[in-house]
Design a protein around this ligand. Sequence first.
Ligand SMILES: C[S@@+](CC[C@H](N)C(=O)[O-])C[C@H]1O[C@@H](n2cnc3c(N)ncnc32)[C@H](O)[C@@H]1O
Length: 215
Amino acid sequence: MEEQQRAEAEAHYLASLFPEDEQLLRVKQGIREAGMPEISIAPAYGQLLTLLVRSSGAEAVLEIGALGGYSGICLARGLGETGTLTSLELEAEYAALAHKHLQEAGLGGRVSYRIGDAADSLAQLEQEGGRFDFFFIDADKQGYPLYLDYALRLARPGAMIVADNTWLRGRVADPAKQGPSVQAMRRFNERMASDPRLISTLLPAYDGLAVAVVK
Ligand SMILES: C[S@@+](CC[C@H](N)C(=O)[O-])C[C@H]1O[C@@H](n2cnc3c(N)ncnc32)[C@H](O)[C@@H]1O
């Protein structure tokens, strides 16, 4: 079987094992209807977010990059009864649609959105003394190193830091690629891999997912 065919067959097999439920399919439909970019997290990684939030017992989750609420639903599903999700999103219309989708999924009371550049929202959260035990980074790629700085400062001991698209479709591993997003992602990956405060790994499936625990 050709490599491309094999990848497609594997993707179909995985989708048949873990079909997306109605709530997640509704998010994708809402995003399509609104003409927003169709760049929600891969379903298997969404499932992994739920699993990691649940197994870590996280009470306060911070998401950077809400889009239409796909990862927000996955994160909120992992929370216990008193857990909360704070979600940072640049675009007010995206946050409104994400909130609508979380409400439709019965999770609207768990989430609060902060609109604007995540760098500003993070500075504000730090000023307020905000502390979190789970971070999901999935916004503009050039911002990842800054978002990691903040995650380390706002983390409770044992917090998890997860970031999507750390592979940039293989561009991080191609020395010919030197654009600003690629360079920022390489810095982010290097720091995730070597910061002595972290235990980490990088999952190379889909577009790469970095996962770390703050010691
Ligand atoms: C890849 S999408 C997020 C997908 C979402 N996490 C999911 O899987 O359902 C990236 C999002 O980050 C937002 N974004 C981009 N730059 C941002 C910034 N500087 N501050 C906050 N959000 C930003 C975009 O508007 C977009 O909604």
